[in-house]
Design a protein around this ligand. Structure first.
Ligand code: GRF
Length: 194
């Protein structure tokens, strides 16, 4: 069974983590969530992980951050970033070549990069007058939102949308996109090792 390690952020809702875990539990994804890694134990995402009986490792950014992350990720096949806001240490990137994924709440390569997260992404999409938005699952490298794009799902931007409206619409796509991208990688493992 393919083992996933999911990294959530400091204030993570954990909804992508939950949707991946549900897909595993319901047999829609041939994988298991081996560990959820969080920088603290106070986010809603950690609560959710416990409620789903997932293993949680709390790994705060510290001097030994890379070592501690690698320790928590031992035995993991794919690493999924879901609301994780930092750049991963180089040691972790090296350990999982083409095996670390992220999801971004817009259609990269537009509306990405440092500081582009949360509601700011949707505000920027609306300010640009875009007629559609969506989400992107991509491989992770040493730059924010720059790794190879694996899959995108689109949704319309509707007249009168607030950033919050758009965020809700995009998030629905995210939950499908992450599971779909993982399924594609898992069922075509040769390709994912290119
Ligand atoms: C999502 O919008 C994702 O695209 C971005 O961070 C958010 C995480 O949401 N990277 P959640 O914690 O999975 O609900």
């Amino acid at each position: 069974m393919v083992r996933l390690g999911i990294l959530i952020g400091p204030k993570g809702r954990g909804s992508n983590m939950a949707s991946i875990a549900d897909a595993c539990a319901e047999g829609r994804l041939d994988a298991e969530v081996a560990v959820v890694i969080a920088p603290n134990d106070s986010s809603p995402g950690v609560e959710t992980a416990y409620s789903k009986n997932l293993k949680v490792a709390v790994v705060p950014p510290s001097e030994d951050y890379a070592k501690n992350l690698l320790e928590a990720l031992r035995g993991v096949d794919y690493v999924c970033l879901a609301g994780y806001l930092r750049l991963l240490p180089a040691e972790v990137l090296r350990q999982f070549p083409n095996r670390i994924l992220n999801i971004h709440p817009a259609l990269l390569p537009e509306f990405g990069g440092k500081g582009m997260y949360g509601m700011r992404v949707h505000e920027t999409v609306l300010a640009a007058g875009s007629k559609e938005s969506g989400c992107t699952v991509h491989l992770v490298n040493e730059e924010y939102d720059k790794g190879e794009i694996l899959l995108q799902r689109r949704c319309p931007v509707l007249p009168g949308d607030t950033p919050e409206d758009l965020a809700v619409r995009v998030l629905k796509e995210e939950h499908q996109a992450y599971v779909q991208a993982l399924n594609e990688l898992i069922h075509d493992r040769v390709d994912s090792r290119r």
